[in-house]
Ligand binder design. Structure first.
Ligand code: FEO
Length: 400
């Protein structure tokens, strides 16, 4: 059965939702699924903007076939060829082999490497500032390399002012019939997953996202059609501001993220006591067990919060391995500019604090509060002053 939604005059969403894949890129959990967005323009020429994952290709073909009603497909514009979009191209070209394929030069090379487009009748290389006219509508291409692959480009459809934004402005989550941002409660129910998507998939490429935002600023964008998640037709400035902050690595909230690594509960108890003391001081706090929280969630929260407490046991004279994995991920994604506070534990030789401090100052460009808690196995009441001092220092720093 076809499943399509009208986006604008002559333009339709023809993508598909995936609720079966458990790990996006075989790394990131997607408990709410994900959508692969494709769009079909029915003008004097017919144009398919992007394809879908291989698993969703039958749905895409059925949707396109339904709307074409026997017409030929003239163009396929591929803004990004990563297999969650490019793999479905093979099925589309089998059905409409005469379609002209439009993509960046880098995409053509990668398509060959993946073996996705052996049957394209003609390939057109999209170049910065150039475009194509389809009748009443025309598009202009803009390169967006490394947002987040080298092949990425976006295009601007006129006269409607629609930005086909590739992975930019995408979100985890299946659409469940709702296609526009104003058909769902994005700020409350979708923003955390949008942040987890951006920070983990695109987060490393902040400067490249800034370059794309600068190009978009010069266009009169009225609607954004990404490759994942809802189409934006209201509150564009609100979401653009999120992208601006994330790509500048600026925190969204003056808030404390507490991440603890605990083996037998002592460090966990101390982390909870610190969180409670912070809440008593009017500070917004979130707290996670580094061993049981997926690192993609920790990364997203680290982008959101201005302050991060690292509470770790000492393990083989290093800090806790899951804590190292988390910090290494933050380093790989380029997060910087956070204020850290440290709580270390060690039954016979607490050593985690000094090593975490070296990591966050050296690798993450962070600053570390002078106040620190050092504990041996558990935190006795006689050390309550240390915890109080750390909570006071954190509260003062958060409140500025
Ligand atoms: Fe949704 Fe980079 O592919």
């Amino acid at each position: 059965m076809h499943c399509v939604r009208k986006i604008a005059d002559d333009l339709y969403w023809v993508g598909a939702n995936d609720r079966h894949t458990t790990l996006f890129e075989n790394i990131h959990p997607i408990p709410n699924g994900v959508s692969y967005n494709s769009y079909l323009l029915l003008d004097e020429k017919t144009v398919l903007f992007d394809c879908v994952d291989w698993s969703a290709a039958p749905q895409l073909v059925e949707n396109v076939e339904y709307l074409l009603q026997g017409r030929e497909l003239d163009y396929i514009v591929l803004h990004h060829l990563e297999p969650d979009h490019g793999a479905g191209l093979w099925a589309v070209l089998q059905k409409w082999p005469q379609a002209k394929l439009v993509s960046s030069l880098a995409a053509q090379r990668f398509l060959d490497q993946f073996g996705f487009a052996p049957m394209a009748s003609e390939t057109i290389t999209a170049k910065e500032g150039e475009g194509l006219s389809f009748g009443k509508h025309a598009i202009t291409f803009y390169a967006a390399p490394m947002v987040h692959w080298p092949d990425v480009m976006v295009s601007f459809l006129e006269p409607e002012g629609i930005l086909f934004s590739a992975d930019a402005f995408g979100t985890f989550g299946a659409l469940n019939g709702r296609i526009f941002n104003d058909e769902l409660d994005f700020p409350h129910h979708w923003l955390p997953e949008a942040r987890r998507y951006y920070t983990n998939i695109v987060g490393k490429y902040g400067p490249q996202v800034q370059a794309l935002l600068a190009k978009a600023e010069k266009l009169d964008v009225k609607m954004i059609c990404p490759l994942h998640g809802p189409v934006w037709r209201t509150d564009l400035a609100w979401f653009l501001d999120k992208y601006d902050r994330w790509s500048r690595y600026e925190p969204e909230d003056r808030a404390v993220l507490v991440v603890y690594g605990s083996m037998y509960g002592g460090t966990e108890q101390a982390a909870e006591a610190l969180a409670a003391a912070l809440v008593e001081r009017g500070v917004a706090v979130s707290l996670y067990d580094v061993s049981t929280t997926h690192v993609s969630q920790l990364v997203a929260e680290s982008f959101r919060c201005s302050h991060i407490v690292l509470a770790s046991v000492t393990y083989n004279m290093d800090f806790y391995p899951p804590m190292r994995d988390y910090l290494e991920d933050m380093k790989a994604l380029g997060l910087k500019g956070r204020t850290f506070a440290l709580l270390e534990n060690g039954t016979w030789a607490p050593n985690a604090g000094k090593l975490m401090e070296a990591f966050v100052t050296g690798e993450l460009g962070g600053t570390v509060l002078e106040e620190k808690v050092t504990m041996r196995s558990t935190l006795p009441g006689t050390q309550a002053e240390q915890l109080t001092a750390l909570a006071d220092a954190l509260a003062a720093s958060v409140k500025g």
